[in-house]
Design a protein around this ligand. Structure first.
Ligand code: SF4
Ligand code: SF4
Ligand code: SF4
Length: 294
């Protein structure tokens, strides 16, 4: 699979169809970890790999927040099915046009929760939770596809843990989230890694007025985490990167998925499945439920 990927990358660079291939390479220090790599020279295409350790959602490098990438030339990006969902969402948000990016889609059996869980074999136990209910193991959109044959797995209900939490009382849920958000150290790794957090100036950095208290304490933490999740409502594609990088191990994906569930239930909308369906929060309809406005 990696060989096929390298050949596509080499051809794209050689023919000058792209200026950079964004993919994965093993780190020098640890062969059990991969890191994003930006290949501009055909001689470096041999470094490209794809395997269950390719965790990053590389589409974070495609937005207008990263003009330095576009300056190198048209990018090609190695994208798993879940990453392609981000690409479709970003096109819908006018971050770039479809023709501005070459998608090297990869058929994907799943990735590990994090590098420390790698035992040399991917199992249901060490697999990232998003992979247990993934419906895009073969990407829906691509220019090139590597590894079309992907073994199927028994899919889990994506909202199982969300429903479990919702079965608790409001007080219990409030306590649960307060305990989680208390751990937040306001490092903003969750923001930096998210393809949809591309604002040039995040609301959390604004000081005139200051909307969110910046120090890591209960009130500011609560506001930050709720605002982050709400700004991603109907946009988050569930790539799970925010949860993966959170040093405090806050289950941000649980919060994201509750909003995803609501979007599906109330608006029959799932983000990142196409570039045409109008996002509900950018659409006015007379049929919208306004019973909550008093
Ligand atoms: S969610 Fe799907 S496409 Fe994404 S890493 Fe898991 S199995 Fe692969
Ligand atoms: S990554 Fe985790 S600890 Fe850092 S700001 Fe986000 S929620 Fe807080
Ligand atoms: S909020 Fe988290 S799961 Fe959703 S798109 Fe951003 S990084 Fe991915």
């Amino acid at each position: 699979m990696s060989e096929e990927l390298r050949k596509i990358a080499k051809d794209l660079l050689k023919s000058e169809k792209v200026g950079v291939v964004i993919g994965y390479a093993f780190t020098k220090a640890d062969p059990k970890r991969t890191t994003p790599i930006f290949v501009t020279d055909t001689r470096d295409t041999d470094k490209l790999v794809f395997n269950p350790l390719c965790l990053n959602n590389l589409t974070v490098y495609l937005t207008k927040k990263k003009p330095e990438i576009q300056e190198v030339g048209r990018p090609a990006v190695v994208a798993k099915g879940c990453d392609v969902r981000s690409i479709l969402g970003l096109i819908k948000e006018f971050q770039f046009k479809r023709e501005d990016v070459v998608i090297i889609g990869v058929g994907c059996e799943g990735v590990v929760k994090d590098f420390s869980h790698w035992t040399g074999k991917l199992t249901r136990e060490n697999m990232a939770s998003k992979c247990l209910y993934c419906r895009v193991r073969v990407p829906t959109t691509y220019d090139y596809l590597v590894g079309e044959e992907v073994p199927s797995i028994e899919e889990q209900d994506p909202f199982k843990d969300v429903k479990e939490l919702l079965s608790k009382s409001v007080e219990e849920r409030e306590k649960f989230w307060k305990n989680q958000f208390e751990k937040c150290i306001r490092c903003y790794a969750c923001r930096q890694v998210c393809p949809f957090c591309y604002c040039h100036r995040c609301i959390s950095d604004k000081t005139m007025p200051r909307w969110i208290e910046s120090s890591a304490h209960e009130r500011g933490n609560f506001a930050w985490n709720i605002i982050r999740a709400m700004h991603l409502a109907g946009r988050c594609v569930g790539c799970g990167e925010c949860s993966r990088v959170c040093p405090a191990e806050i289950p941000l994906d649980l919060l994201n998925r509750e909003i995803e569930r609501e979007m599906k239930e109330k608006f029959e909308y799932t983000a990142g499945m196409d570039t045409e369906t109008p996002p509900p929060l950018r659409t006015y309809s007379e049929k919208d439920d306004d019973s909550w406005i008093r």
